[in-house]
Write a protein that binds this ligand. Structure first.
Ligand code: THU
Length: 150
């Protein structure tokens, strides 16, 4: 984990700002917990996402997976980083387990978790590798391992 909360790195601030803009679109009448995500692909393209809830609660989708599904459905599968933001300022947002697993599928290895309000024009954030957030993970390669009885 890198506590880069005072990092002024431009591309990261831009990615967080885009996640904040996506958060404005959150559809969360049940939890009233808005989340935004911005996913940067290897060619510099950014896909945003917000949480989209449903009256049948388990059907709801998190912001991170909205962004991942948008990117993959547009033909992008290689990513540099994802930024995530909520309305919390007290601490950094932390992605849920489902979303960590979705990031694992596409090896999204730079996870930027921001606080809600910029300070002097800069978002505070914390950066994680995927392995930090999902150690000993299960992924596509595991399905290829030799199995007993075959
Ligand atoms: N949520 C996200 O969008 N991303 C996360 O990583 C954490 C949780 C959403 C799901 C639900 O709509 C709301 O936040 C409350 O759990």
């Amino acid at each position: 984990m890198t506590d880069n909360s005072s990092d002024t790195n431009d591309w990261m601030q831009d990615l967080i700002a885009k996640s904040a803009a996506a958060k404005e679109k959150a559809y969360c009448p049940y939890s009233k917990f808005r989340v935004g995500a911005a996913l940067l692909d290897m060619d510099g393209k950014i896909f945003t996402g917000c949480n989209v809830e449903n009256a049948s609660y388990p059907v709801g989708v998190c912001a991170e997976r909205t962004a991942i599904c948008k990117a993959v459905s547009e033909g992008c599968q290689k990513f540099k980083a994802i930024a995530i933001i909520s309305d919390i300022d007290e601490d950094f947002i932390s992605p849920c387990g489902f979303c960590r697993q979705a990031m694992r599928e596409f090896q999204i290895n730079d996870i930027v978790c921001a606080k809600s309000t910029p300070v002097n024009g800069l978002y505070k954030f914390r950066r994680h590798t995927l392995d930090e957030l999902l150690p000993f993970s299960f992924g596509p390669e595991d399905l290829q391992r030799p199995k007993i009885g075959s």
